[in-house]
Design a protein around this ligand. Structure first.
Ligand code: ZN
Length: 507
């Protein structure tokens, strides 16, 4: 860790406590985050872990060095809905041997995959070091990296998995009773889970909590040809993996058997992460899978749970490129700031009001860093400390409001100003530099996004004309923007009382 850096503490779901972060290898800090299923456009709820763990990735790079952090976010392209579509659209090609199953799946998922990459790039997220696709890790690989079938075989050999005949075919199941401390992450024990089990459907399971590692496909379902060695006999099952095993295999493939941080949404704690832990620890014989488990909170839209049936299902693409939400398009950086205004573990209410607040805050900050200081950048101890305190972004944003006042030359605490006799220009310079540094730390560019630039420059031109009392020219600019569908709103800056203008797309 760089000299003088504050201690990084992270809330660990495994221990339900904030802990000092100590990487296994400070030269290679390793994080795994569960990525998207590439079937539909990603919704705004999917944007939250992408942004939160991007902030963590950037902080770790700042603290340890940009080339000393490995960040893996998987792509889930093994999914029954994807399989069904691959078969519907390319079944003939698969049967005729023109396409492999993986190639057909790739054709189905490619547009969604590309869209996801564009979406998260627009949100200001860095590309992870590796983005492995599940389909590439089902069967043993030429490069010898960990794979799902190989891992299931290890679980069978170590006495943690068994074969059974379920309603729709043969299955390899994880034997939860074979693991002494199953349920540690979600704090559920096996006795509790017995009570609510649906016995009829699950009769083939030794315990109702046992979960699928491999599932046989019927003749009209796509599958991969796998052979397992069970009780000294070869068992060939054409089938597909359960959901959890992909993350166990891909994290081991890129990060090793035990790594530093595993992240994802709160909804993944059970069963997904619990079962990842069970598989990885039992296959490797290790005491932990990852040392720190981090989970972001839930997201609502305008106070309601987001769902397709509620009609409030908002995709990242809609927000960026359409006027469906709040009657205007929202730049990615506005979505990013709106997300970071709430601490990552708290529930968040995503609303038009929140986005407007974020847009206005960014405009204000940009104005001061463009008009104050010498363009230099300063990462303050306060900023670094706030972020190192379990990613306390709201606290950091409070500091940024102070830096913004400094950059604007408006001290909240005039007494301080009088007593210390601070140099006015110096304080504006430092405020602007600190604001730039904090924006960078959080993954924001110093300048506004391109499509906003012409509007912002027209606004500042108009404000200059108003100061000169050139009303006719000022009105001309306002009318020209209006003709393009851009409505200006004049108001006062709450910090400085100065006249400011914001804009929105006219409905
Ligand atoms: Zn996962």
């Amino acid at each position: 860790m760089a000299h003088g850096s504050p201690e990084l503490t992270l809330y660990n779901t495994l221990t339900r406590a904030k802990e000092a972060f100590a990487p296994i290898d400070a030269n290679n800090v390793r994080i795994y985050v569960c990525g998207p299923t590439v079937y539909d456009y990603a919704h705004i709820g999917n944007a939250r872990p992408a942004i939160v763990f991007d902030v963590l990735y950037r902080l770790l790079r700042h603290l340890h060095g940009a080339d000393r952090v490995t960040y893996v976010r998987n792509i889930t392209d093994v999914d029954d809905k994807i399989n069904a579509r691959a078969l519907r659209d390319f079944g003939g090609d698969i049967d005729a041997g023109r396409l492999s199953l993986n190639e057909a799946i790739r054709k189905v998922t490619e547009p969604t995959y590309d869209q996801y990459q564009k979406d998260v790039a627009a949100l200001g997220c860095l590309e992870p070091t590796f983005q492995p696709r599940a389909t590439e890790f089902v069967l043993p690989r030429a490069d010898g990296k960990d794979d799902m079938v190989g891992m299931i075989q290890s679980l069978i050999e170590r006495g943690h998995a068994y074969e059974a005949k379920g309603e729709s075919g043969r299955e390899i199941l994880f034997d939860t009773t074979s693991m002494a401390d199953y349920g540690q992450l979600s704090k559920r024990n096996l006795d509790e889970q017995q009570a609510g089990a649906r016995v009829a459907v699950e009769a083939h399971k030794k315990h109702p909590a046992d979960f699928v590692l491999w599932k046989e496909s019927s003749a009209d379902e796509p599958g991969w040809d796998a052979t397992f060695r069970v009780d000294d006999a070869d068992v060939a099952i054409r089938g597909r993996p359960g959901w959890h095993i992909e993350c166990s295999a891909m994290s081991a493939a890129y990060l090793g058997e035990v790594f530093d941080i595993h992240g994802g949404g709160l909804d993944l704690i059970f069963p997904h992460h619990e079962n990842e832990i069970a598989q990885s620890r039992c296959a490797h014989g290790s005491a932990v899978m990852a040392n720190y488990w981090m989970h972001n909170g839930f997201l609502q839209v305008e106070g309601r749970k987001m769902s397709k049936s509620e009609g409030n299902f908002v995709t990242i693409h809609d927000l960026l490129h359409t006027e469906k939400f709040g009657g205007r398009r929202w730049p990615g950086e506005v979505l990013r700031l709106a997300m970071l205004m709430t601490h990552y573990r708290e529930p968040i209410d995503f609303s038009v009001k929140r986005l407007e607040e974020a847009a206005n805050t960014l405009n204000r900050w940009r104005r001061w860093i463009e008009h104050s200081g010498d363009g230099s950048t300063l990462v303050t101890e306060d900023a670094l400390e706030a972020l190192s305190d379990d990613l306390n972004t709201p606290r950091l944003l409070n500091f940024m409001a102070e830096y913004s006042s400094d950059a604007a030359g408006v001290w909240v605490n005039t007494e301080y100003h009088n007593h210390k006799l601070v140099n006015y220009d110096e304080r504006r310079r430092v405020g602007a530099a600190a604001l730039r540094g904090a924006l960078e730390l959080l993954g924001f560019a110093h300048k506004a996004e391109a499509d906003e630039k012409p509007i912002l420059s027209a606004i500042s031109q108009r404000l200059a004309l108003i100061r000169e009392k050139n009303w006719a020219e000022a009105d001309k600019i306002r009318d020209e923007l209006l003709a393009q569908g851009i409505q200006l709103k004049d108001g006062k800056d709450p910090e400085t009382g100065e006249r400011v203008t914001t804009w929105e797309v006219k409905r």
